[in-house]
Design a protein around this ligand. Structure first.
Ligand SMILES: [Zn+2]
Length: 454
């Protein structure tokens, strides 16, 4: 019996992860993500799924990032009704992320219809909150190292990937063979998680390659954060940190708590003004066994921040100039409450803005990173007088050394490594490295192409 892999996303790019595994008449989709970023990619979300959604038997979800789970409600609307297997934290985070995504889709369609900037008769959301409601009951929770039978010939188990809370590597057995999918692979020094699990054997491996051609800088995130806080304090100003809601917000809260306990930063109030960030923090509290913080430290950490409850509280914080640290979404300044803070404070030289993550092309975060002197939002130009700082020390993705170290733990029986989830440069550099160092055959995958596992 032949097994095949077909890549319907994250081939030549880092978003839209969807890998179809077929064997013995079964179709299993590994991840079901949205395309994000550049417009020609985003348009692909609107095309019909290339195969009949109702013909897919099951989905295995590696983690809750939108580019891995964000297409699920559309797949369900198109007729998928099978189980979506994932870890318990992934199920909880997926709920938060999909509900937010559907809300944004509905609001955007609404705005397009109201202001008439659509070429269609009526703009429709990619999917709705109702579609998400139909999707969530399909989530099936599994612990790490629990074998899940998909039929007599196919079973899988999940292991820690060290990328975000609940993220998993998938070890799938079909007949006598094994394939391992990385999903997104974490670094060997994640702040709040354990590093990725080492597995011994795999006939095939599918690996991501986001940083396949790069190494993370040696700078420590805690040092960078300390400097930013001290800088803001010396100016008696506001420190604004545009924040990704899942993992990054919790990492920063954790680091701020450490700095405070060690008396390395002064007493400044810290506000988390991100409903999604607050919900994701709750998921950390509800799953103490899934991160390295433990229950006690996790609770302590939450006592050190003020979670903004409503718009009224948000407004009063916004309008005051007293020194404070504000974490607010979105992480790349493309929307969310952080815009209100920037509107009030970005033209003030006493303000400091800390960009705490990757800033994609075409986002306001990238513009700020590149040093623009003015920036547009809410229909107005704002002059940028605030000091802009970028952290380099926080990353949820393995760099080239991490990927090579993780691949190097397998015995040398692997027949082929499939490289996905990377820009072409990153994937091809990794391919060369895999050949040179491990002497393994590998394949940089192409979108829509089917590869056979002989
Ligand atoms: Zn991810």
């Amino acid at each position: 019996m032949e097994a095949t892999l077909t890549f319907y996303g994250a081939a030549g790019t880092v978003t839209g992860s969807k890998t179809l595994f077929e064997y013995a008449g079964k179709k299993v989709l590994i991840d079901c993500g949205l395309f994000q970023g550049l417009k020609n990619l985003r348009l692909q979300n609107w095309a019909d799924f290339p195969i009949k959604a109702s013909a897919i038997d099951a989905v295995i979800l590696t983690h809750a990032h939108l580019d891995h789970c964000g297409y699920l409600p559309k797949l369900v609307r198109e007729g998928f009704s099978g189980p979506i297997h994932c870890t318990p934290p992934t199920a909880d985070l997926t709920k938060i992320i999909l509900e937010d995504s559907a809300k944004i889709q509905e609001e955007e369609a609404d705005r397009a219809n109201r202001y008439g900037y659509t070429s269609h008769a009526e703009a429709k959301p990619l999917y709705t909150v109702d579609n998400v409601k139909q999707t969530l009951p399909l989530l099936v929770r599994h612990e790490f190292s629990e074998w899940v039978l998909l039929d007599n010939e196919i079973k899988f188990q999940m292991h820690n990937a060290g990328h975000i809370l609940g993220s998993a590597l998938v070890e799938l057995k079909f007949g006598e063979q094994t394939i391992v999918f990385t999903g997104d692979l974490g670094t060997y020094h994640p702040l709040l998680l354990n590093p990725p699990k080492h597995l011994k054997r795999a006939d095939y491996i599918e690996t991501e390659s986001t940083y396949g051609d790069r190494l993370h800088p040696e700078r420590e995130a805690i040092e960078e954060l300390k400097e930013a806080v001290l800088k803001a304090d010396s100016k008696n100003g506001v420190l604004i940190i545009p924040t990704f809601a899942v993992e990054r917000a919790q990492e920063i809260i954790y680091l701020l708590t450490l700095l405070k306990y060690q008396d390395l930063i002064p007493e400044i109030p810290v506000f988390l003004d991100s409903p999604m960030g607050a919900n994701a923090t709750e998921v950390f509290l509800n799953h103490p066994g899934w991160h390295t913080l433990g229950e006690k430290r996790c609770k302590e950490m939450c006592h050190n921040i003020i979670i903004v409850k409503d718009i009224q509280q948000s407004k009063s914080i916004l309008n005051s100039n007293s020194p404070k640290i504000v974490l607010a979404g979105s992480g790349m300044v493309s929307g969310g409450r952080v815009l209100h803070y920037l509107a009030n404070h970005i033209s003030n030289p006493e303000t400091t803005v800390l960009l705490a993550g990757f800033q994609a092309e075409g986002t306001r975060g990238r513009q700020l990173q590149e040093g623009v002197h003015e920036i547009k939002f809410f229909g107005q130009w704002h002059s940028v007088k605030a000091e802009i700082i970028q952290t380099a020390g926080l990353s949820a993705h393995a760099d080239q050394n991490d990927i090579m170290k993780w691949l190097g733990q397998f015995d040398k029986t692997t027949k082929k490594v499939f490289i996905n989830h990377g820009e072409p440069m990153a994937s091809h550099s990794l391919k060369l490295k895999i050949k040179d160092v491990l002497n393994l055959e590998s394949q940089v995958v192409e979108s829509g192409t089917t590869y056979s596992l002989e």
